[in-house]
Design a protein around this ligand. Structure first.
Ligand code: AMP
Ligand code: TRP
Length: 329
């Protein structure tokens, strides 16, 4: 029996942060290592260019995101690790899916609304169409599971709707994917615990390759709450609760146990310990990433090999899509 297929993407829009790691990347590595799935992971460069970017920096960002994935434990021997733009079927399927996508559904997407509300992004068609490209990414591979953070759930639901619509119009072609969430599906900003940690605001992120000094400083400056007790209470103490859930996810200790360890101790003491947990957890990562960044050609080769592997699967699927739509002559 064929193993179930699993896919996920990460945008090449900056260094990976602890939200990416605890929401998706760590899970992607753990799922890969179970050996129970056929895994496809990719760098979503086409998604990343829907936001303002510097063309001179882009290829470096792609390689850096690749290094982030590898340093975190994605293994090209176990998973296909590829570059979205090197598999043209993603763009081809997007076009076909566009023709069955109601504009109204895209207008409702929270991520789109947030991005245009800040006024920071030009309201380009790519930004609007972002969820359709994401649906194509997933449906092309008959993926059953998609490890993502909770900010992507609406896009996943949209993907399922689109798959159903396509199937009912053109005959059974796609399967409906399911999201896989972690215990920390939404890591919050260090400076505003009511907002999610996001690459678009680097000052609010703990990056996986931050140096020990930078980590200590950022954690020291992280916003905490009134009161003094180290207690998990997301409504009343969103700042300390955010740090507690990261602490628990990295150390593997239940939150209750960590609370007990810090009874009678203040926020400062807890933060100092938390910083050390982060520093030691990512010590190996920092070393691996540094060494990978010195070998850009190795990174390019890994992507090319992965992209070839993904292309074969994607092209076959495209062929059946074209047949079902009736454009294969
Ligand atoms: P991105 O960098 O936006 O491509 O995100 C890559 C993955 O990380 C996606 O699965 C996101 O849902 C996840 N992710 C991004 N930010 C966070 C966050 N603050 N907390 C949890 N997961 C996140
Ligand atoms: N939109 C996702 C994000 O920003 C990245 C992504 C693109 C993705 N295509 C995907 C994730 C397909 C899972 C499956 O985080």
């Amino acid at each position: 029996m064929q193993k179930p297929i699993l896919i996920s993407g990460i945008q090449s829009s900056g260094r990976a942060h602890i939200g990416n790691y605890l929401g998706m990347l760590k899970n992607a590595v753990d799922l890969q290592n179970t050996g129970r799935y056929q895994c496809y992971y990719f760098i979503a460069d086409l998604h990343s260019i829907t936001e303002d970017f510097n063309p001179k920096e882009k290829s470096k960002q792609i390689l850096e995101t690749t290094a982030d994935c590898l340093a975190a434990g994605l293994d090209p021997k176990k998973s296909a690790l590829f570059l979205q733009s090197q598999v043209p079927s993603h763009s081809e399927l997007t076009w076909i899916l566009n023709t069955i996508t109601p504009m109204g559904e895209l207008r409702r997407m929270t991520q789109y609304k947030e991005k245009i509300a800040t006024g920071g992004e030009s309201e380009n068609v790519g930004l609007f169409d972002y969820p359709v490209l994401m649906a194509a990414d997933i449906l092309l591979y008959d993926a059953k599971f998609v490890p993502v953070g909770n900010d992507q759930l609406q896009h996943l639901e949209f993907t399922r709707t689109l798959a159903r619509k396509f199937n009912s119009k053109f005959g059974k072609t796609f399967i409906e994917p399911e999201a896989l969430l972690t215990e920390t599906p939404r890591v919050m900003s260090l400076l505003d615990p009511n907002k999610k940690m996001s690459k678009s605001q680097p000052e609010t992120c703990l990056f996986l390759d931050d140096s020990p000094d930078v980590i200590r400083n950022k954690v020291k400056r992280a916003v905490t709450d009134s009161g003094a007790e180290v207690q998990y209470d997301p409504a009343a103490k969103p700042g300390i609760s955010n740090l507690l859930s990261m602490y628990s996810a990295l150390s593997g200790e239940p939150i209750k146990k960590i609370e007990a360890e810090f009874t009678g101790k203040n926020y400062g003491h807890f933060k100092a310990m938390f910083a050390e947990v982060v520093i030691s957890h990512f010590a190996e990562f920092r070393k691996r990433k540094k060494s990978l960044m010195r070998k850009p050609n190795k990174l390019r080769t890994i992507l090319l090999i992965g992209s070839k592997k993904a292309s074969r699967v994607a092209m076959l699927k495209m062929r059946s899509v074209q047949k079902n739509v009736g454009i294969a002559v």
